[in-house]
Design a protein around this ligand. Structure first.
Ligand SMILES: C[S@@+](CC[C@H](N)C(=O)[O-])C[C@H]1O[C@@H](n2cnc3c(N)ncnc32)[C@H](O)[C@@H]1O
Length: 205
């Protein structure tokens, strides 16, 4: 069960019910399609739901399209979609995931929880440009490659919220050889060595 304490913020009963149903479906599907590492499923509340919820709070412009790249089992994009359904219900949220079994799982959670988020079961490189105001990704690619993928879908004034592990400093330096961007690191609320990089003004050098 997901609680307000897990998320670190108060939410409606409906939101908690949606998140708890999502967790139940994750537990049911994970043994067959490895949505998250099996070793993490018992602590999914903290490792996946709480970790993803912090992204929703960093959203600078709560308007316009939000796109989540390489969503896998829905982290962080599907948690964001559930939280935004309460905060800004008109927000258009798109999850791009090329693995068709994972995309089917995402669509199942969306249907069962009565959300309106969109799933594109295709490669990020092939998906129509999303012109996003906010873009998110976790565990998808090293930053230089990730910025290549993000640039296709980020609108001109958009912000990318990218969840990175302890090597984030080196990844930023590597990316600066190819990209110019503003970058604010926010220490992760679930891991003191990890960060959420808030990246804007992205221009290819
Ligand atoms: C390591 S998983 C991370 C999933 C999720 N973001 C998380 O943190 O739990 C990376 C996911 O990105 C998807 N993926 C990788 N490259 C992709 C691409 N070029 N286009 C679409 N999806 C991609 C994979 O299928 C996989 O589900």
């Amino acid at each position: 069960m997901i609680t307000a304490e897990t998320l670190g913020r108060s939410v409606s009963r409906e939101t908690l019910e949606r998140l708890s149903l999502y967790l139940a479906l994750l537990e049911k599907w994970n043994p067959s399609i490895n949505l998250v590492a099996r070793s993490t499923i018992r602590e999914a509340g903290q490792r996946h739901f709480s970790d993803s919820a912090q992204i929703a709070a960093l959203d600078q412009i709560p308007l316009g399209p939000w796109v989540d790249l390489g969503s896998g089992g829905g982290f962080p994009g599907l948690v964001v979609a559930i939280l935004k359904a309460e905060d800004t219900p008109d927000r258009q949220i798109t999850l791009i995931e090329s693995d068709t079994r994972k995309a089917t799982f995402l669509r199942t959670v969306i249907r069962e929880t009565n959300l309106t988020a969109n799933v594109m079961a295709m490669r990020i490189e092939d998906a129509p440009a999303q012109n996003a105001t906010t873009l998110s990704a976790r565990a998808l690619a090293p930053l230089p490659k990730l910025l290549d993928l993000a640039a296709r879908h980020l609108g001109p004034t958009g912000t990318a919220l990218l969840m990175k592990g302890e090597n984030w400093g080196k990844e930023v330096k590597d990316a600066q050889t190819q990209w110019q961007f503003s970058c604010t690191p926010h220490t992760s609320k679930t891991n003191p060595n990890a960060v959420v990089l808030e990246i804007g003004d992205l221009v290819h050098v």
